[in-house]
Design a protein around this ligand. Structure first.
Ligand code: URP
Ligand code: ZN
Ligand code: ZN
Length: 465
C-alpha cells in the first residue's frame, strides 16, 4: 500500500517548502508540488497535512531502554519506549548497550539486540558499551563493528567500580577505534573526583538528593571532557561527549576542537529546560530529578541553547533512563543520594520541549531543530542520507506535526512505564499527529497503530577514520 502526504510544509535541516510526498513501500519515491491521488493505486493511504509541518523522523542518539543499573532495572521495554518515541515524533533510536564488567561484549550485544528485535516499532541501532578491554573483549568488539554493523562505542569515565573504563584501557580502545573508523561516545565526568566528593558529603550527613549536584560540580564534568579530548588528541580517535550539561564542559570541547581534536558535543532535553532547583524539592521529590551529569544552575541553559543555535552542540538527545520514583528512586536512595538510580525520562517529550522552548522562544529555528534532533545524528552515526532528511530514495520516516496544538505533559499522557513525569503539568505547543516508519503509519492522533517487532536493526559502516 502506498502513502500520500498532501500539502504539508516540508522542513529539513536546509529546506522549507510546501509539496506532496508519495511513499511506495518503505521509501519516498516522489516529492512534487502536487500529486493527483486519482493516479495512485486505489488502496493509497492519504494524509492531509495542510497547515501542518512534515519533518523527517527524529532520531534520538542517546537512550537507555534495557538498562540494568545501580542495583535495579529501567522500567521501559521496546514496546513502551517505541510508543513513547513515536508519540514524540522519534522514529529511530540509538540505544546504549551497558554490559556489566564481567559480561562478554558479544553476549551483551546479543542480549540488547534480541530485546529490541522482539518489540521495537521504531528502527534502532546501538552504541556498544566498553567496560572491559581484555583480549576476548578486543576481538569481540572488532567483530561487533565489522560483522554486526555497529559503528560506535560508548565509554563511561564516571561510575567508578561499575561501568567506568580505566585510562590504561581507554588509550588502547581509542587507538583501536581510530583504526576501525569507529567514533567513541563518552560520559565525561571524573570518576575518582566524584567518588571522593560523595564520600565527603555523606560523611558530613548530607544524604538527600539535593547533594547530588554538589557531588559532581561543573568542574568535574569539564575535567572529563578535557580528559576525553586529550586521549582523542593522542590517538586521533573521533569522539562524542554525551549529555553535556554546562558551560565549562561545552567550552572544554570547543577548546579541544580549536586544537584540531575531532570532538562533537551532545546535549539532552532535561538539561535544556530543568535546573538544579528541581533536585532540591522537598519530601524526596528531588530524586525524580537526579541524573548524571546533574541538573545545573539555570544560567548554563543559555550556553546550551546558544551552543545548539551555533551548532557547537551537534545533537540533542534525551538520555532517557526510566526509573520509577516510588519503588526505585525513593526506596533505593532513601539513605544516600549516591544510591538513587540516575535518570530523567524524556523520550516522548523531547521534540515538543525543543519546539516550545527553542523554536517558539526564538532560541533556535526549525532547521536547527531538525539538524539537532535528527540530521546531525544521522550524519555522525552513519545513517545519512537513509535517515535524517526528506528526499526521494530515503526511508519514508516522516512526522506530521501540528505546530499550533497546545497540550499538557503528564504521566497519564505518557507511554513510558515510569510512575512520574519530570514535566508534569507543563503546557507545550506543538504535537506529533502522525508518525511514519519506513512508509507505514505507526502512530496517529494519540494512538499507537503500529506493529511491535517491525522495527529494524540499522547496520552502519564506520566513517570516522
Ligand atoms: O543519569 C543518567 N544519565 N543515567 C543513565 C546512565 C548515563 O549516565 O547515561
Ligand atoms: Zn551517562
Ligand atoms: Zn545515558
Amino acid at each position: 500500500m502506498g502513502l500520500l502526504i498532501q500539502s504539508g510544509r516540508i522542513i529539513t535541516d536546509r529546506d522549507d517548502y510546501v509539496a506532496d510526498i508519495y511513499c511506495a513501500g518503505e521509501t519516498i519515491t516522489r516529492i512534487e508540488a502536487s500529486i493527483d491521488a486519482a493516479t495512485l493505486p486505489p488502496d493509497t493511504d492519504v494524509i492531509d497535512a495542510s497547515n501542518k509541518i512534515v519533518f523527517p523522523g527524529f532520531i534520538d542518539p542517546h537512550v537507555h531502554i534495557h538498562l540494568p543499573f545501580m542495583g535495579t532495572h529501567a522500567k521501559d521495554d521496546y514496546e513502551s519506549a517505541s510508543k513513547a518515541a513515536l508519540a514524540g515524533g522519534t522514529t529511530t533510536l540509538i540505544e546504549m548497550i551497558c554490559p556489566g564488567p564481567q559480561e562478554a561484549p558479544q553476549a551483551a550485544f546479543e542480549e540488547w539486540r534480541d530485546k529490541a528485535a522482539e518489540l521495537a516499532a521504531v528502527d534502532y541501532t546501538f552504541h556498544m558499551g566498553v567496560v572491559r578491554f581484555d583480549e576476548l573483549a578486543q576481538q569481540q568488539l572488532k567483530h561487533i563493528v565489522t560483522k554486526e554493523g555497529i559503528a560506535s562505542y560508548k565509554v563511561f569515565l564516571a561510575y567508578k567500580g561499575a561501568l567506568n573504563l580505566p585510562d590504561e584501557h581507554l588509550f588502547d580502545l581509542m587507538s583501536m577505534a581510530k583504526s576501525l573508523g569507529v567514533i567513541v561516545t563518552a560520559h565525561c565526568e571524573n570518576a575518582d573526583l566524584i567518588d571522593a566528593m560523595q564520600q565527603r558529603l555523606l560523611a558530613e550527613g548530607k544524604t538527600g538528593p539535593q547533594w547530588h549536584e554538589p557531588s559532581r560540580p561543573t568542574a568535574v564534568e569539564a575535567d572529563g571532557v578535557h580528559h576525553l579530548a586529550t586521549f582523542a588528541e593522542m590517538t586521533g580517535c573521533h569522539v562524542y561527549a554525551v549529555h553535556t550539561s554546562c558551560d565549562e564542559a561545552v567550552r572544554a570541547a570547543i577548546d579541544a576542537r580549536l586544537r584540531g581534536v575531532n570532538i562533537w558535543v551532545e546535549s539532552v532535553a532535561p538539561h535544556l529546560v530543568l535546573d538544579k532547583t528541581s533536585a532540591e524539592r522537598d519530601n524526596f521529590e528531588g530524586a525524580k530529578y537526579v541524573m548524571s551529569p546533574p541538573l545545573r544552575d539555570k544560567r548554563h541553559q543559555d550556553t546550551l541553547w546558544a551552543g545548539i543555535a551555533s551548532r557547537a552542540i551537534s545533537c540533542v538527545g534525551t538520555d532517557h533512563a526510566p526509573f520509577d520514583f516510588e519503588d526505585q528512586k525513593r526506596r533505593l536512595g532513601a539513605d544516600a543520594f549516591t544510591k538513587i538510580p540516575n535518570g530523567i525520562p524524556s523520550l516522548q517529550e523531547r521534540i515538543d520541549l525543543l519546539h516550545t522552548f527553542g523554536v517558539l522562544r526564538g532560541r533556535i529555528n526549525y532547521h536547527t531543530l531538525i539538524d539537532a534532533g535528527a540530521t546531525a545524528a544521522a550524519r555522525l552515526f552513519g545513517l545519512y542520507p537513509r535517515k535524517g532528511t526528506i528526499r526521494v530514495g530515503g526511508d519514508a520516516d516522516l512526522v506530521v506535526y501540528d505546530p499550533q496544538r497546545t497540550h499538557t505533559l503528564s504521566v497519564d499522557a505518557s507511554f513510558s512505564r515510569v510512575d512520574y513525569n519530570a514535566f508534569e503539568g507543563w503546557q507545550v505547543t506543538g504535537k506529533t499527529e502522525v508518525a511514519i516508519v519506513r512508509g507505514k503509519v505507526q502512530y496517529r492522533d494519540g494512538q499507537f497503530v503500529g506493529e511491535l517487532g517491525r522495527g529494524q536493526l540499522l547496520r552502519r559502516e564506520p566513517t570516522h577514520f
